[in-house]
Design a protein around this ligand. Structure first.
Ligand code: HEM
Length: 474
């Protein structure tokens, strides 16, 4: 067994070099074992993951899942096991403080190791229901580490923007009405927002800078609206998705959160050769819950942009560099996911997948209802399919609730089916099987080029669907 002074490297099995490990990390496999979510982990929760087949350890406040790393560890699995289930900071540093663990384990982050005290506390420490802001009521509650505001706007799908103006001053703008809260003490950014669109409930969690109970949340005052026509956004990351589609991550100007509902869009504006050019784009957050792009923060604006040969704005966006700015409008659109439907049929062509991604995510994670989703995704070639690996992973995880069918018009698909020119026949042939007894439970979304949308609409009308049963993203 190694001590702080003995060095004892082992021979790793073939296929377990550092390069193989990096390859595994980039393969899209979830090495965190928790779906890439960032968790708050208590010491007692950490202690439960102390087996070779379920191994977590913490180093300098970050919790890692090292189960997959076991056979790649140059000091051997048996050595690594000494640290699992614990805060291994000291042990790790004694043996090899120089090892760049953050980089090696970047795809294995489970979350932050947090103070045990937070978990011992009762769920709600202090609540108040008598605060009324404009036309809606507000509750708040706190624990040592955070406080939470809950707004009941009484309108479905309220417009929500939040801005932390100073560490202890936050502005909530709900349906265009803004209130400023001067908080009792400072909080961190970003906030964590949960919205139940159907009933207009907005929950905002703020992490306190310093642990402690507050006697009050602070004071409320009226303020100018923070909603403007366009906000400035800075490009922070850009990734290639296919040969002509990029995944772009933007940060809003200082500490702003701008909620966009699934299926709604924003206008993106940029000055090109002295002229303002703008176009609608549907943000795809939070669908990207893979670790492939690191941990995307709540307030990030995520866009999928296809560069068209004649598309001035799309080409401009695809050529942006980190630190470049664009302007982004308030959310627009009228799509509201049907509350009365439980089966969604989504028909998309190419980048028409963008509104579908948040709809799928929402349908699979809805706290209110279990939706079943059938996606029919039409592309020219397999290499054009946006995030196929991700869609396949999702449909494997939710195999009883999400089915994905790809139609390729320019090449054979991997199942050996012939290439299919996308026409009425092909869409009809691949249309999900319907249960005729519960036709009223189906809601259909269509998004593609105008000709494609027309074709799909014709087919669904032939199948007896009415205007209220479907939505075409134009
Ligand atoms: C906390 C429990 C751990 C123990 C007891 C442990 C033990 C050891 C031992 C005995 C060696 C061989 C001796 C040496 O090269 O100095 C070693 C090497 C190594 N370990 Fe760990 N290790 C632990 C955690 C980790 C973690 C979490 C990582 C991942 C980032 C890691 C990465 C490495 C690397 C890269 C080497 C090769 C270092 C070199 O060649 O200089 N170890 N470890």
């Amino acid at each position: 067994m190694a001590t702080g002074t003995t060095r004892n490297k082992v021979a790793l099995a073939p296929g377990h070099s550092l390069m193989d490990w990096i390859r595994l990390g980039n393969s899209g496999n979830d090495l965190t074992g928790v779906g890439g979510k960032l968790l708050s982990v208590s010491k007692s929760e950490l202690a439960k993951h102390n087996k070779r087949t379920d191994a977590w350890l913490a180093i300098r406040g970050t919790v890692y899942n090292v189960t997959q790393y076991m056979d790649f560890h140059p000091g051997g699995g048996d050595e690594l096991i000494r640290g699992i289930g614990t805060d291994a900071t000291k042990l790790f540093s004694e043996i090899h403080a120089w090892v760049n663990y953050e980089s090696i384990l970047q795809k294995c982050v489970v979350g932050r190791l947090v103070n045990e005290e937070l978990f011992k506390l009762p769920e709600v420490l202090k609540t108040s229901t008598d605060v009324s802001i404009n036309d809606f009521n507000m509750d708040w509650f706190q624990q040592l580490g955070f406080l939470c505001f809950v707004f009941y706007t009484k309108t479905p799908y309220p417009e929500v923007s939040i801005k932390l103006k100073r560490p202890n001053e936050i502005v909530f703008s709900l349906n265009g009405k803004a209130k400023c809260i001067t908080l009792h003490k400072p909080v961190n950014w970003p906030c964590i927002v949960k919205i139940v669109g159907d009933i207009g409930k907005v929950q905002v969690k703020l992490i306190k800078k310093v642990l402690g109970l507050w006697p009050t949340f602070g004071t409320v005052s009226i303020t100018n609206n923070i909603q403007v026509d366009y906000w400035k956004c800075e490009l922070i990351q850009s990734y290639d998705v296919t040969h002509n589609v990029k995944f772009l991550l933007f940060k809003y100007e200082q500490n702003l959160y701008n909620h966009v509902y699934p299926g709604r869009h924003v206008y993106v504006k940029a000055k090109i050769n002295g002229l303002d050019v703008s176009r609608p784009y549907t943000p795809v957050w939070p669908i990207v819950d893979t670790t492939e792009y690191g941990n995307i923060l709540e307030d990030t604006l995520c866009l999928l942009v296809k560069s068209y040969p004649k598309g001035k704005l799309s080409q401009h966006l695809c050529s942006l560099r980190q630190g470049d700015f664009i302007e982004v409008s308030r959310p627009q659109g009228s799509f509201e996911c049907w509350t009365s439907k439980t089966n969604l049929i989504l028909i998309a062509a190419g980048t028409g997948i963008t509104p579908m991604l948040p709809i799928i995510w929402n349908a699979l994670h809805s706290p209110i209802k279990k939706y079943n989703v059938s996606l029919l995704f039409c592309n020219k070639k397999e290499s054009n399919i946006i995030w196929k690996k991700y869609l396949d992973q999702k449909s494997a995880t939710y195999s009883s609730r999400l089915t994905v069918r790809y139609i390729l018009s320019k090449e054979e698909n991997h199942e050996g089916d012939n290439k299919e020119h996308i026409d009425e026949n092909v869409i009809s042939k691949n249309f999900p099987t319907l249960n005729e007894d519960s036709m009223d439970k189906y809601g259909i979304c269509i998004c593609g080029p105008p000709g494609f949308n027309k074709l799909c609409e014709k087919i669904i009308i032939q199948r007896g669907f009415k205007k209220d049963d479907y939505f075409i993203f134009g």
